[in-house]
Design a protein around this ligand. Structure first.
Ligand SMILES: *Cc1c(COP(=O)(O)O)cnc(C)c1O
Length: 463
């Protein structure tokens, strides 16, 4: 998000003109400063409502992992909780209770050894959850090093270059060196041997992603843990693992129950997930859970009043809306295990069928096929030189589809891909409509003499 609006993109007219029937006495409304006095609520509403029509249609946004559809009952609960502040545990004890129940449910879902001692909290999303998980890793490492009388000035964190931008933020904001494993050949995410090769006594942890935002693939958490076990035997250095399960934390437990990516791995110290991705809640909620209390150093915890007692909290924010946590609990209660499984299985079915159909159109090759996260990436066949994936993305935008094209990182920045994120609310029927639109646009693109777009304008891809 730009902190400052680029000057060139400012609307030329600095006044908002309203329909004469609203009768503001011929007055217009300034765009960039407060108006001199109040205007009727209806005029304010209509003005903003109309402006927001320029936003894309969220339901056709295949770029985002974030929930774009919830049941009306969940929306009602959200509305009913707008006025509650999550931090006021004493005033809203039942919302606080529901937050703790959600943590219990996640600890259980992720096979924490003892659901009662697993610790965790809600956050505004996986980014805040990652900050908290990373801080706990850093603080634990500092305590250990100090106890051994060793230096604590050069912490590092090992991860694949495909990590989400929140880990760059963590490293930057908290002065931790990022050690990035590049992609290589067909390996488009972190490999176990490559992760271990970057570890040393200053490594506060390894981040493994379930799954990668670039292509929806799961990183090999079990292999990474096994390689770190061997590393510890060899060197005596014990490196914990944090799993960034932003999306997969709500997919793998239901669709891949035999995949031991979670607390079944003794080395996994903490896991984060975005409630607002496959947790099926509108934007504004994430979760972080630690294996047990020993993984979250006491000195990071603050205490707030709760029914006359103190309740532990760990957060970057103070005030925050309570509705998202309530909506998360609604999904848990409403769907249960089997309901979640059905919802995620349907997304996987839509993703894999859509991927296969796109592969069959001719010009495209799949990098992944939607059978891990319900997300897949595809490229144009190398012999196609007269149009680019950016042209495909722009052509589909004409029909309202938001389908991003982006370049992969080092050492595979030769790959330029399109990515589809399938989530609740995107049906086989909508997928068929998307395919029909791709088929309609292809002849025009194939008749192009040369590429129209090479992607410079799209280079800031941060999902
Ligand atoms: C989306 C995502 C994040 C950031 O999550 P927010 O909930 O948007 O803050 C971090 N890591 C991964 C792997 C993600 O997919």
């Amino acid at each position: 998000m730009p902190l400052k609006h680029p000057a060139a993109k400012q609307p030329r007219v600095t006044e908002i003109s309203v329909d004469p029937l609203y009768d503001l006495g011929g007055e217009s409304i300034p765009r960039h400063r407060l108006g001199p006095h109040e205007i009727p609520a209806g005029v304010a509403y209509e003005t903003i409502h109309d402006e927001l029509m320029l936003d894309g249609n969220a339901r056709m946004n295949l770029a985002t992992f974030v929930t774009t559809w919830m049941e009306p009952e969940a929306e009602r609960l959200l509305r009913e909780s707008f006025d509650k502040n999550m931090i006021d545990k004493d005033e809203y004890p039942q919302t606080a209770e529901i937050e703790m129940r959600c943590v219990n449910i996640l600890a259980d879902l992720w096979n924490a050894p003892d659901q009662a001692t697993a610790t965790g909290c809600s956050t505004t999303g996986s980014s805040e959850a990652a900050m908290l998980g990373g801080l706990a890793l850093k603080r634990r490492w500092q305590h250990r090093r100090r106890a051994e009388g060793r230096a604590t000035d050069k912490p590092n964190l090992v991860m694949g270059i495909n990590v989400q931008v929140c880990w760059e933020k963590f490293a930057n904001y908290w002065d931790v060196e990022m050690r990035l494993v590049p992609m290589e050949g067909g390996r488009l995410h972190l490999g176990a041997a490559e992760a271990v090769a970057l570890c040393d006594e200053n490594t506060i942890g390894v981040v493994a992603i379930l799954g990668s935002t670039f292509d929806g693939s799961y990183e090999p958490v079990a292999d990474i843990c096994a390689a770190l076990d061997a590393y510890q035997e060899r060197t005596g250095i014990d490196v914990p693992v944090h799993v960034d399960g932003a999306s997969g934390g709500f997919v793998a437990p239901f669709l891949d129950p035999d995949l031991a990516w979670d607390f079944r791995q003794p080395r996994v110290a903490s896991i984060n997930v975005s409630g607002h991705k496959y947790g099926l809640v509108y934007p504004g909620v994430g979760w972080v859970v630690w294996r047990d209390a020993s993984c979250l150093p006491e000195d990071l915890i603050f205490w707030v009043n709760y029914l006359g007692n103190d309740m532990p909290t760990f957060a970057l924010n103070f005030s925050r809306p309570g509705g998202q946590v309530v909506a998360q609990y609604y999904n848990f209660l409403r769907l249960g295990f089997e309901g979640f499984r059905k919802v995620q299985q349907y997304s996987r079915d839509v993703a894999t069928r859509l991927a296969d159909t796109i592969a069959g159109l001719g010009p495209f090759e799949l990098l992944t096929r939607g059978n891990e996260l319900p997300v897949f990436a595809f490229v144009l066949r190398p012999e196609i030189e007269n149009f680019t994936v950016f042209d495909v993305s722009a052509a589909l935008r004409e029909r309202g589809w938001l389908l991003p094209a982006y370049t992969f990182p080092k050492n595979r920045d030769d790959i330029v891909a399109l990515r589809v994120v399938v989530k609740r609310g995107f049906s086989h029927d909508m997928a068929d409509l998307l395919v029909a639109d791709i088929e309609r646009e292809l002849p025009r693109l194939q008749a192009q003499a040369a590429p129209a777009r090479r992607g410079e304008a799209h280079s800031s891809f941060h999902h």
